[in-house]
Design a protein around this ligand. Structure first.
Ligand code: UTP
Length: 290
């Protein structure tokens, strides 16, 4: 199973993050010293995928620009002898091959994925990484799915256990555990009421799918929130050739949730040894009870 491309949908409105996202894409909000979407692209690269297919909209050109050269800024840094920063910004431009597709109407995540059909339909399989879901651990999140997809030759989605009271924020699966942390999926429900969720296994923003998914997406009617839901198309995949879910190991932050976004900033800043003690010094007086 050859997997060379990843689809990263970044065309949503980001209404949970207003007013910050009035003119700045949610995926460009900084998480410590990088925009959130850069962590997602770096995870793809660490997993061996270099072709990035962004699903964007008319206001998101700044995302493509971030992964391109900025020759004027490079000149300024070069003349100022700021060679470390120069190397840093060049390295971002050289991270990946980027392809952009416009999602002309924001009809949901499933519709965003469908926009990539012509670009990925000739491939054996492709990955999807949601542009505002950050995952960190020893083994990159999408790599954990690629390993299972290649060995089982089936589409795979990433899941994580969430607290019962939060199941109504996610797509939730039920399935049979076929080996430790790997499930054959039977049922998927988008944002179920807390009392009706079939489990606490929530779909997080990582998928490895085959072009079969497009046939299912084309049949999906608008579901939860009037959007074309990827979760509904995945039910078609589970009922047909089959679908596996892998419990992803690592930490996850949803950039669209303020508490998780702010925690991600502190988490990354604490990894920087030069900043760590200064930051702790500033935080301590804010948390006198801790
Ligand atoms: P979200 O569910 O977080 O939606 O989308 P959103 O519109 O970005 O944000 P809120 O809920 O209004 O705050 C998950 C991912 O899918 C993309 C988003 O950009 C985000 O990365 N998406 C969503 C699209 O690309 N197109 C859509 O029509 C909807």
């Amino acid at each position: 199973m050859k997997i060379r491309k990843v689809v990263i949908p970044v065309a949503g409105w980001g209404t949970r993050s207003l007013p910050a996202t009035k003119n700045i894409p949610k995926e460009m909000l900084p998480v410590y010293n990088k925009p959130g979407v850069q962590y997602v692209v770096e995870e793809a690269i660490r997993s061996g995928i270099q072709d990035i297919v962004f699903i964007t909209n008319r206001d998101k050109n700044v995302i493509e620009d971030h992964f391109d050269y900025n020759l004027q800024l490079e000149g300024v840094l070069e003349r100022a002898g700021k060679l470390e920063q120069l190397a840093q910004i060049r390295q971002v431009a050289e991270l990946a091959n980027c392809i952009s597709i416009r999602q002309k109407k924001q009809l949901g995540l499933g519709h965003a994925v469908l926009c990539a059909k012509d670009v990925v339909c000739a491939d054996d399989a492709f990955a999807i990484m949601v542009g505002d879901d950050l995952l960190f651990g020893m083994n990159p999140g999408v790599q954990q799915l690629l390993d299972v997809a290649r060995s089982e030759r089936l589409p795979v989605i990433g899941v994580m256990e969430v607290p019962q009271e939060k199941v109504n924020r996610y797509g939730i699966i039920s399935g049979e555990e076929v080996s430790p942390g790997i499930y054959r999926v039977n049922k998927l429900v988008e944002k179920p009421p807390v009392s009706e969720a079939p489990s606490r296994l929530a779909i997080i923003g990582r998928y490895v799918l085959t072009p079969e998914i497009f046939g299912h997406l084309e049949k999906v009617q608008p579901g939860h929130g009037g959007e074309i839901q990827l979760t509904d198309a995945l039910q078609g995949q589970a009922d047909g050739r089959g679908l596996l879910a892998v419990k992803i190991r690592g930490m996850r932050f949803d950039v669209g949730d303020w508490a998780e976004y702010l925690t991600a900033n502190i988490y990354f800043a604490l990894q920087d040894e030069e900043l760590r003690y200064d930051l702790i010094g500033h935080l301590k007086p804010l948390l006198p009870w801790a």
